[in-house]
Ligand binder design. Structure first.
Ligand SMILES: [Ca+2]
Length: 337
């Protein structure tokens, strides 16, 4: 069903705001951008240098891109102080079997971590089911883990929560303890750049629409990561990981598990989120008003939810160059050891 034409009545971003969209790459963390009038919502800004406290919420068993994203985190201790992972559910067709798919994600996260020295010691918690309403949290060990690690920091040293699957756990954490909103920054992988600003069409959003809506309506500083399809990788490129052994080899071998993973046109979407956190110049971003969303995943712009960062394009070559260099492949070492 093509409903885009029916959505043209929704107001696009005003031209003045579009012209004022700001590229924040390299912005000093000490000077956060202004918040829209009447909305006490901080616009996230990446620290220019140094480490970020990071927690990854992932539906790792659903796809292959989560694993490449996690690997980049594990090989970037200069940038990330990794607090751990939450395993998240995912859609199968049009339904979500939360207990089953959370367990699948948990197992794949543990399998990947076991391939990397020291990885098995990293904490992994299980997330919860879908939200039952916009204000009804789904309590879980994963949501409590997010709350715990949020309180371990301060507004000046926030926890960055990257949701690479449905937003159930981070939305629930915010509902269970709204006091964490100023102690976390949320990056939500909601890749749907072709249909912005009319609607989202994305798998993670569809996986828990109430959670995505709750996240938008919350006060949490938010990055709407709206891209990543550009991050394709021919088999011949990732095949170079085999010679490195360990986790890099695991990543390429994982591509053999499904025909879909082997496709030359396969996007490694979630890799973009992590590359952006390390080097925002690998992607392109803007600052926009936070929209509301209805249950049909259509955006409704009332200009009353403050501002957020929207990352809307990734540059393929710099992202993969960053990834391969962190895995141990450089121009002079093409994975041959
Ligand atoms: Ca994912």
């Amino acid at each position: 069903m093509d409903i885009r034409n029916t959505l043209l009545a929704f107001s696009p971003i005003p031209i003045a705001l579009a012209l004022a969209a700001t590229c924040l790459a390299g912005e000093a963390a000490s000077t956060p951008p202004p918040v829209a009038p009447g909305a006490a919502r901080l616009v996230p800004s990446l620290p220019v240098a140094g480490r970020m406290r990071l927690l990854i919420d992932t539906d790792a068993a659903n796809e292959i891109d989560d694993l490449y994203a996690i690997a980049l985190v594990l090989r970037s201790p200069d940038r990330f102080q990794l607090e751990g992972f939450v395993a998240t559910h995912f859609l199968e067709g049009n339904t979500v079997d939360s207990p089953k798919t959370i367990e699948l994600s948990y197992a794949v996260i543990k399998e990947l971590l076991a391939s990397e020295a020291g990885g098995s010691a990293i904490r992994v918690e299980r997330g919860g089911a879908l939200l039952r309403s916009l204000s009804d949290a789904s309590d879980s060990a994963g949501a409590r883990f997010i709350i715990e690690r949020a309180h371990a920091g301060t507004p000046e040293e926030p926890l960055w929560v990257v949701a690479l699957g449905a937003a159930s756990n981070v939305a629930s954490a915010l509902l269970l303890d709204p006091g964490i909103a100023d102690r976390i920054r949320v990056v939500f992988h909601a890749r749907s750049e072709q249909s912005w600003p009319e609607r989202s069409e994305q798998f993670n959003v569809k996986g828990d629409v109430l959670a995505a809506r709750s996240l938008l309506a919350s006060k949490v500083p938010l990055v709407w990561f709206d891209t990543g399809a550009q991050l394709t990788a021919p088999m011949a490129e990732t095949e170079r990981l085999l010679a490195l052994g360990g986790m890099p080899a695991f990543l390429h071998k994982y591509r053999m598990r499904q025909d879909y993973f082997r496709s030359e046109k396969k996007g490694f979407f979630d890799l973009g989120d992590i590359a952006w956190l390390i080097d925002p110049a690998t992607c392109v971003q803007e600052e926009v008003d936070v929209p509301h969303m209805d249950q049909q995943m259509r955006f409704v712009q009332n200009h009353d939810l403050g501002r957020m960062i929207r990352v809307y394009s990734c540059r393929r070559e710099p992202v993969w160059k960053l990834f391969y260099s962190r895995m141990g492949i450089t121009a002079g070492n093409q994975g041959k050891q």
